[in-house]
Design a protein around this ligand. Sequence first.
Ligand code: ADP
Length: 499
Amino acid sequence: MTNSAKRRKIRVLFAGSEAVPFSKTGGLGDVAGSLPRALKHAGARAAVITPLYDSIPQEYKDRMKHVGDFYVPLAWRSIYCGIEKLSLQGLDFYFVDNKDYFGRDGLYGYFDDGERFAYFAKAICEAIARIPELECDVLHCNDWQTALCPVFLREFYRDVPQCNNVKTVFTVHNVKFQGQYGDKVLGEILGLSHIPAAADQLRSDKDSINFMKGALCYTDWITTVSPSYANELQMPFYGEGMDGIFRRRSSILSGILNGIDQTIWNPASDAMIPANYSQGELVNKAECKRALQEECGLDQDPTRPLIVSIGRLTDQKGLGLVRYSMDRLMSRGVQVIILGTGDHDHEEAFKYFQSKYPGKMCAKIAFDNALSHRMYAGGDILLMPSEFEPCGLSQMIAMRYGTLPVVRETGGLRDSVAPYNKFTGEGTGFSFANMNADEMADTLLGACELFWTDKPAWDKLVDNAMSADFSWRRAANDYMDIYHWLHPEIIRYNKRRDR
Ligand code: ADP
């Protein structure tokens, strides 16, 4: 055996309330499905733990193997937990099985979400303690649904040998969703009311228990999904009441830009789009545009810039600006397709515009993954004027498909889109600074102007966008540095082996 064979790999358990291809409502699902794989390539022993939702396709459920079961203590109750396992393309996924909590149609939005995800967090801690193959050096938690893991590990498991050297990393994907519940939760569900220090760190005001605040106080390292958002989180405007904690803990706060899964999102091999194309071979992108126009009932006119928007229909995504500008945009001869679900008034507004502008505007009020692929491929421009955007994946996916993003300069949008410079021809998209509908429309129509009048400049931007590297490799290496920083003994051990 060579020395290098005896090196110790850092063991990372990645905990997420959704993971592609099993469950997804947004970017977190994409991240949990692809970052752990990149961590493996970067040298970790990584696995994922996620709930066993009813909605997971049966073909996956049929292939799962039962690896253990136990009862999870949750305040005064003991609740069943089964652990199922499925290996997919070399990565192990573990599923927390409890029909009462997860045997439902959707992922979130139930009256007992606080209890469901408190249970999930406690089940993860129990699983680490009880199932040898789940022992880990780092438990990487994500968003409020797993925010209680660092709290529980410290308060209930520090004397458990399998847990006492587990370090936690907590990633904030969106500080807007913190998991806030009434004060009764502390004793009735978390079983923490007898520990004044825990109560103090979990309370965000005198009547509410805040899961994310708990993680931010207890975890060993905090990350968020772009460097700009890491700065923004420390400001009152973006910090949603947590900015003080982010400032206090800024020495352990890192911003690491997400990547995208470049095998799933690849126009050269994507089976969900009508015709494949690649950088420098873009003839078929025109066919994708024509097919999309036909599918969405728009005029099949290649000279109309086709603006697409894919995402949750919530205020965060800057949809107020889009609604305000719609008449102006339509009067200039562009086409718009919106795909998303969310707030009722946004849904209704876009349906109204569809009826007002037949053949020019289409609103698809749905969550439709296959259609999203066809839109990334068929669009000319992706519009993303977010009020705040921790990272944003849609703009990176769009660039990979040669669809130029128009974004507001915030969070990950600022970090991933290089705005067009008309003097040098550099850039991968277009951007504007303020939450102002006219500023957005000016930028968007400026992009359309380039589309109409300067094809070589447009094609150069498309080429730049398609050559940008949004693979997970860079991010995975940054996370590995943090994990190792938390476990210097592993570095020392490996150095001794290498000698
Ligand atoms: P967020 O996590 O804030 O929802 P992101 O841009 O980080 O936004 O990630 C959104 C992901 O979800 C992207 O992969 C996007 O394509 C996908 N998505 C969002 N809404 C829909 C929808 N209605 N149909 C299909 N995919 C969607």
